[in-house]
Design a protein around this ligand. Structure first.
Ligand code: ADP
Ligand code: ADP
Ligand code: ZN
Length: 215
């Protein structure tokens, strides 16, 4: 299965992606995690991406397209993949289409996780991250030990872009640059809406029901 998880910042893409990836043995490809890893390793890519990310702006398309092309060519993607955070613009979606067509693949389904702005702000402002990619929430999804990751014992931190100013900007950027992808994939008849206002496990059940049709 070739899946895209679409949705605004804070919708729960990363949280659901972890569950889907484990349940269906699909590589979880999070461009946000890949960029953050480049930033912490001080790579040239990380240096270019950093200022955009801390302001809540999108990193330029050409960089993302290069990253995703390289990642999708790896052998672990040959039996399917789960994209989280890509595409975020129409040019990125067009580039993805080209990459897949060139390699004889196609998208199966785009899961659009729908959550209202007020809830997104609550989720983003209480989010705590681990370097391993797991995200928690101080109230909605706390770790067993405060400040410590359940899976790897890493120390949790708050993302720079999860502070108030950057959150507001990210929601504006989402509406302008990413939301048009909903119509883009609706026209291709592969978009499925997921009610993201439910709790984490109820959403995952809904996703499994949708994915049953693609096994
Ligand atoms: P969230 O899941 O909260 O929406 P991500 O971790 O997916 O955030 O992304 C964090 C930041 O990384 C984005 O605000 C943006 O700056 C950058 N980024 C990630 N993916 C992309 C992409 N596909 N195109 C452009 N920028 C991206
Ligand atoms: P995204 O990758 O879409 O930006 P995350 O998966 O990181 O979103 O989730 C954003 C925040 O909301 C995290 O703190 C996460 O623990 C929390 N969260 C995720 N799903 C839910 C949910 N269904 N209900 C309440 N909080 C949630
Ligand atoms: Zn961890």
């Amino acid at each position: 299965m070739n899946i895209i998880l679409l949705g605004p910042p804070g919708a729960g893409k990363g949280t659901q992606a972890k569950k889907i990836s484990e349940n269906y043995s699909l590589p979880h490809i999070s461009t946000g995690d890949m960029l953050r890893e480049n930033i912490s390793n001080n790579t040239p890519l990380g240096l270019r991406a950093k200022s955009y990310m801390s302001r809540g702006e999108l990193v330029p398309d050409e960089l993302l397209i290069t990253i995703i092309k390289d990642r999708l060519s790896r052998s672990d993607c040959s039996r399917g993949f789960l994209l989280d955070g890509y595409p975020r613009t129409i040019p990125q979606a067009d580039a993805l289409q080209m990459i897949l067509t060139e390699s004889g693949r196609k998208l199966d389904v785009v899961l659009n996780i729908d959550v209202d702005d007020e809830e997104l702000i609550k989720r983003l402002s209480g989010r705590r991250m681990c370097a391993c990619g797991t995200s928690y929430h101080v109230i909605f999804n706390p770790p067993e030990k405060e400040g410590i990751c359940d899976t790897c014992n890493g120390k949790l931190y708050q993302r720079e872009d999860d502070k108030a100013d950057a959150i507001r900007n990210r929601l504006v950027v989402y509406k302008k640059q990413t939301q048009p992808l909903i119509t883009y994939y609706m026209k291709k008849n592969i978009l499925r809406r997921i009610d993201g206002s439910k709790d984490i496990s109820a959403i995952f059940e809904d996703i499994k029901t949708v994915l049953e049709n693609y096994d």
